[in-house]
Design a binder for this molecule. Structure first.
Ligand SMILES: NC(=O)c1ccc[n+]([C@@H]2O[C@H](COP(=O)([O-])OP(=O)(O)OC[C@H]3O[C@@H](n4cnc5c(N)ncnc54)[C@H](O)[C@@H]3O)[C@@H](O)[C@H]2O)c1
Ligand SMILES: [Zn+2]
Ligand SMILES: [Zn+2]
Length: 346
């Protein structure tokens, strides 16, 4: 089969690799119908995630069709259309039982496209199929469902829920790539007072407006700190969400918060980022961070199916599987191309 293979920092290749095989009774093999590229894949290619070894098939998001299943899989049959989320759930360990499958100790967690071969391929082996995948209702399209594999739960769980966004809150979102946009869409569900979106790419800020930001700030030309202070009687934001993964944007997110603010880091960081306790210790802030668990997927699936969340808005570009190189080019030059999520159909 064809697959997008990581070959070391800065190097990737659409290569011919062996088809995946069932190696455990709880596995399924899914024929990938639609997959996409994540900001985290760009971090991997930048060398920020050294656990990904050369030769690994990239990708941790897919919608596909069950092709083959292990003898212990009970809840699906060949031909079923399923969502393959970024997190695999062993279902038995302490973390999985507590809804924190991102930290799974039983062989799950973020494994796809990380420590086992991923979804940017014509076929993928998905471990713990019964507890990890979701059968999709007819009313939800492949593209809509694909947004539930990572970006929507990540923005919602690691951003909105961890920060405890509530009615009337002033929410600053630093970085309006797909994950930041998902945080904006998720925050909207809680009737915030104002959402302030900050990015240095104007095309991404245009998207932020469409996703529900009230104010957008290009921090390459304007000072977001003074704009947030102006909007909040000099106090600062109730909530700041970091969705970039750079030291300066993390520091910015912390500085944007008022005393007592909740700061939620979503970004994957490859370099040390400073938390200036010498300034912050007295300000009663709460800083959270984490890997998505995908416990919210059933809720988000219902919100998408009922039209409360518009997942289709994320998809800006579509490619055939043979055009994977071009899809990476377009996604990694999002500031020029306006790409949010690029969808690849096999
Ligand atoms: N914690 C998790 O579980 C989890 C899951 C998925 C993704 N992520 C991470 O979330 C982050 C966002 O993901 P994405 O797919 O939206 O990535 P992305 O690269 O598409 O988006 C990042 C955005 O940040 C903006 N940006 C970059 N530098 C900036 C700066 N100095 N000031 C302002 N804006 C800046 C870019 O213009 C872009 O719009 C990444 O770090 C990704 O690895 C984390
Ligand atoms: Zn991801
Ligand atoms: Zn587990």
């Amino acid at each position: 089969m064809r697959a997008m293979v990581y070959e070391g920092p800065g190097q990737r290749r659409l290569a011919e690799v062996p088809d995946p095989q069932i190696t455990d009774d709880a596995d399924v093999i899914v024929r990938v119908d639609a997959t996409t590229i994540c900001g985290t894949d760009l971090h991997i290619l930048a060398g920020d995630v050294p656990a990904v070894r050369p030769g690994r098939v990239l990708g941790h998001e897919a919608v596909g069709t069950v092709e083959d299943l292990g003898s212990a899989v009970h809840t699906m049959s060949p031909g079923d259309r399923v969502l393959v989320p970024c997190i695999s759930v062993c279902g038995a360990c302490r973390y999985c039982r507590e809804g924190h499958a991102g930290q799974c100790m039983g062989g799950g967690g973020w494994v796809l496209g990380h420590t086992i071969d991923g979804t940017q391929a014509e076929f993928v082996r998905v471990p713990f199929a019964d507890t990890s995948t979701y059968r999709l209702p007819d009313g939800v399209s492949d593209e809509d469902a694909l947004m539930l594999a990572d970006v929507l739960p990540t923005g919602y769980e690691v951003g909105v829920l961890k920060a405890g966004v509530g009615p009337g809150d002033v929410v600053a979102v630093v970085g309006t790539g797909p994950v930041g946009l998902a945080a904006i869409a998720g925050a909207r569900l809680f009737s915030p007072g104002h959402i302030i979106a900050i990015d240095h790419a104007d095309l991404r800020l245009d998207a932020a407006k469409q996703f529900g930001a009230d104010v957008v700030v290009n921090n390459a030309v304007s000072d977001p700190l003074s704009i947030v202070r102006e909007l909040t009687d000099r106090l600062g934001a109730d909530v700041a969400i970091e969705a970039v993964g750079q030291p300066d944007t993390f520091e910015l997110a912390v500085n944007l918060g008022r005393p007592g603010a909740r700061i939620a880091n979503i970004g994957v960081h490859g370099k040390p980022a400073a938390l200036h306790l010498e300034d912050q210790w007295i300000r009663d802030i709460t800083v959270t961070t984490g890997l998505v668990d995908t416990f919210s997927t059933p809720t988000l699936l219902r919100l998408v199916a009922s039209g409360q969340l518009d997942a289709a808005k994320f998809v800006t570009h579509r490619f055939g599987f043979g055009d994977f190189e071009e899809a990476y080019e377009v996604f990694s030059r999002a500031a020029d191309t306006g790409a949010i999520k690029v969808v690849l159909n096999t």
